[in-house]
Design a protein around this ligand. Structure first.
Ligand code: ADP
Ligand code: MG
Length: 326
């Protein structure tokens, strides 16, 4: 029902940035090579995500808007083996219940299909001209949930959240060309050539990227790779650390502490290095289903992984030898 979808939306869709995240993750799941995010007024007026992915078969489109209809979780066991970004079958129905959502999708070799839902009701549906892939436009977010609408912050703050999530998605997917523009002005673009260091440079600037070094480590359960900054390059906040598990941006405080530990005594108190770490593991070792927003992730063998991260960083920085260890 529309109400159930609105309730679900309350958990999954907090602000314009949540819409961006869900739409881009769907585009990633659909094997897109290129994803363009075009927003108006920091997403408060409009959020449009265009991809060149698989598209949705015409017959499957209405099903995609039914809650849990597409859920990839069929058993408790599967819950722990989630490898795609989406797995709850909640995002599209949730967004469509609290906004105006227009989707045009085309499967290679077939005609385009348009599906337009507002406040959970289909207002338009039928053939449409389009290129292979999916083009979703969300406007009037929270128009029918005044409490949510009131909770939204200034355009500047909402834009900050969007930029942040786009950065994390780009860092997690260097093989996909991702762009973001607001009111027609380009804010970010990644090349999609698989080079993580270049994505880091596009986000934090060349000066920062030059002071970041590649690290790598592995044991029987985990593979860690990525870039961390030299001890001389730090910030007063930990937000310049991105943890990715199987390409998915996650938050895990224990692992943030492991990064710091890797610097030994080289860091000043209260300073945080830059870090982008991709962690590969057997999905059976991660429970992504902790919160609907899927950010806080619970891990088995967290201590083992922490030790691996700290060691990989420590050994790499020891080689650098730029600042004597005291
Ligand atoms: P979930 O991603 O959890 O499956 P969503 O509500 O986000 O649930 O999406 C529902 C379904 O719609 C997806 O499983 C997918 O089959 C289809 N879908 C959504 N967006 C796209 C897209 N951009 N390209 C291809 N298929 C899509
Ligand atoms: Mg999804």
């Amino acid at each position: 029902t529309v109400l159930a979808n609105q309730i679900a939306a309350g958990e999954v869709i907090e602000r314009p940035a949540s819409v961006v995240k869900e739409l881009v993750e769907n585009a990633i799941d659909a094997h897109s090579r290129r994803i363009d995010i075009l927003i108006q007024e920091a997403g408060l007026a409009e959020i449009r995500v265009i991809d060149d992915g698989d598209g949705i078969e015409k017959s499957q489109v209405p099903i995609a808007f039914k809650r849990h209809a597409t859920s990839k979780i069929n058993s408790k066991l599967q819950l722990f083996k989630v490898t795609t970004m989406g797995f709850r079958g909640e995002a599209l129905p949730s967004i469509a219940s609290v906004a105006d959502l227009k989707l045009i999708t085309t499967v290679a070799g077939a005609d385009g299909y348009l599906y337009h839902v507002k406040g959970g009701k289909v207002v338009e549906e039928g053939p449409a001209a389009s290129r292979p892939g999916t083009d979703v436009t969300v406007s009037q977010l929270f128009y029918n949930t005044p409490a949510r609408l009131k909770y939204l912050k200034s355009p500047k703050t909402e834009l900050g959240h969007i930029v942040d999530i786009v950065y994390r998605l780009a860092l997690g997917n260097p093989t996909i060309a991702i762009s973001l523009s607001n009111n027609g002005k380009e804010l970010f673009r990644s090349a999609g050539n698989g080079n993580l260091h270049q994505v880091i440079a596009a986000i934090y600037g060349v000066q920062v990227a030059r002071k970041m070094v590649a690290i790598a480590g592995a044991d029987d359960d985990f593979k860690v790779s990525g870039y961390v900054s030299l001890p001389e390059l730090t910030r007063s906040s930990g937000k310049y650390q991105t943890l990715l598990i199987n390409h998915r941006y996650i938050r895990n405080f224990t692992l943030n502490k492991a990064i710091i530990a890797g610097y030994g005594s080289k860091l000043m108190v209260g300073r945080y290095p830059f870090a982008v770490l991709e962690i590969e593991l057997d999905p059976a070792l991660v429970d992504v289903n902790v919160h609907p927003a899927k950010r806080e992730v619970r891990l088995s063998k967290e201590e083992q992984l922490s030790a691996l991260i700290a060691k990989a960083i420590y050994e790499r920085l020891a080689k650098e030898n730029l600042i004597p260890d005291v």
